[in-house]
Write a protein that binds this ligand. Sequence first.
Ligand code: DQA
Length: 195
Amino acid sequence: MGYRPQSLSMGRDGAPFNRTEWGKLEVSSLSVYKAPNHQDDPFKTMTASVLVLNGPNLNLLGTREPEIYGSDTLASIEAACRKRAEDLSLTVEFRQTNNEGEMVGWVQEAAGSHQALIVNAGAYTHTSVALLDALLAADLPVIEVHLSNIYQRDEFRQQSYVAKAAEGVICGLGGLGYELALEALAQRLGTVKEA
Ligand code: DQA
């Protein structure tokens, strides 16, 4: 079982996020935590694994409505995230599906294998109570991301079920939003020092 922060209290009530309760040790520019699995070597830099889930039609990025979603492909966003994750002592796993049930299954599995989720659920954002329930059950920190600014678009896109389980929502910044979500999670999980 990997590292998991003891305090997952932030977010759902809209409160700003808190750091974990573990004692903090400053080592050069990084903050490391005496997490249970590092008791033998408290100076070892903490790492955490983030699952990045992408919903329907996001496999078409690059050619899909570029005036709304830009020209980045999902592969290029993933590459940028991998690079950024290295600097943040995070590992990332990227997945995309056009199937709601598959996405729910991945969220269920993540509870035992990852420490946080970044979710761009595409159209399921606006429709899927099943995805919301899975996210609530997983009880991991979640950052919701959208490439477009959903609040400038159709009314039906301005409601998000995912947001009810998310500690933060980033939208309208294209692929950069995923990288900013990684930064927020690195601070949240304590793999890097707060700015
Ligand atoms: C999206 C916004 C959704 O409304 C839409 O259905 C998508 C992409 C975004 O990233 O901007 O598929 O999640």
